[in-house]
Design a binder for this molecule. Structure first.
Ligand code: HEM
Length: 239
């Protein structure tokens, strides 16, 4: 083996790629074929485990973005928002793979899941806990600038950074919302809409969660803006 190929990092693997990525540990985190109830357990595990990893990264970026906002560094936070959105997109795309599993095959996989439920996803629960903190900092910054949401949106260039932050929050909210909708369709396509999940939760509950949004106020402001424009037009035509 040439000098340049010899591992120099600590670890037991035969190359530094494997030592660094920890491929031995990573690739042993999925059941082996002899342990499978059904061969699609590998597909199911890969989609879930990779989603948890992307969500782990999202939470890490989100935590740091919140810290930037606490220090009034909006631009520092904005860079990280893009990363969080990409993490959500990766989770969204990964759901496609689950629809390549037939509904009957999923019933065989389901036998291996015990009472496992997405409600206990550390990644998604971390998002649920962390995202409101971003909104809290945004509203504090609005307060410090002495403006409300309507003033911000009517004077977006004047308050460029705050406006970009408001739109980044909207984008994040939308991405999580889109993931939820996509997940709901995957569930409906796999097990149906009128049954219960592995922890006994009726799938109808999921459809109710579809309308959830972290920041209703930054969605409602669009309605306020439209009404504001209509009121201005009405005023003009009254003259
Ligand atoms: C065939 C694939 C899937 C099926 C059939 C499925 C099914 C379900 C069901 C029935 C629920 C309601 C709670 C329960 O009773 O378990 C649920 C919730 C949930 N699942 Fe899945 N799921 C699938 C894939 C995924 C994937 C890949 C993720 C990625 C992390 C995920 C994350 C979640 C989360 C976070 C919830 C809570 C929903 C919320 O708070 O809106 N699921 N899933």
């Amino acid at each position: 083996m040439s000098e340049a190929k010899k591992p120099v990092l600590g670890g037991t693997a035969k190359s530094d790629y494997e030592n660094y990525v920890r491929t031995d540990e990573l690739l042993s985190l999925q059941k082996s074929p002899s342990e499978w109830e059904h061969r699609d357990e590998l597909l199911f595990a890969v989609v879930h485990q990779s989603s948890e990893l992307w969500l782990k990264l999202a939470i890490s970026e989100l935590t740091e973005a919140t810290d930037y906002l606490k220090k009034n560094d909006i631009r520092g936070a904005l860079r990280l928002f893009d990363r969080i959105a990409i993490c959500m997109r990766q989770c969204h795309e990964a759901l496609d793979m689950l629809e390549k599993m037939s509904p009957w095959d999923y019933q065989q996989v389901r036998r291996a899941l015990g009472h496992g439920s997405g409600f206990d996803s550390p990644g998604f629960n971390g998002l649920r806990k962390g995202v409101p903190g971003l909104g809290k900092e945004f509203h504090r910054l609005l307060g410090e600038a002495n403006i409300d949401l309507l003033t911000l949106y009517l004077n977006d260039r004047k308050y460029e950074d705050l406006y970009l932050l408001a739109e980044a929050l909207t984008e994040l909210d939308e991405r999580i919302y889109l993931w939820r909708h996509r997940h709901y369709k995957v569930v409906e396509r796999s097990i149906g809409a009128k049954v219960s999940g592995t922890q006994g939760t009726p799938v109808e509950i999921l459809s109710k969660l579809n309308s959830f949004t972290f920041f209703p106020e930054i969605w409602d402001i669009r309605t306020t803006i439209t009404n504001h424009a209509l009121a201005e037009e009405a005023k003009k035509s009254a003259y």
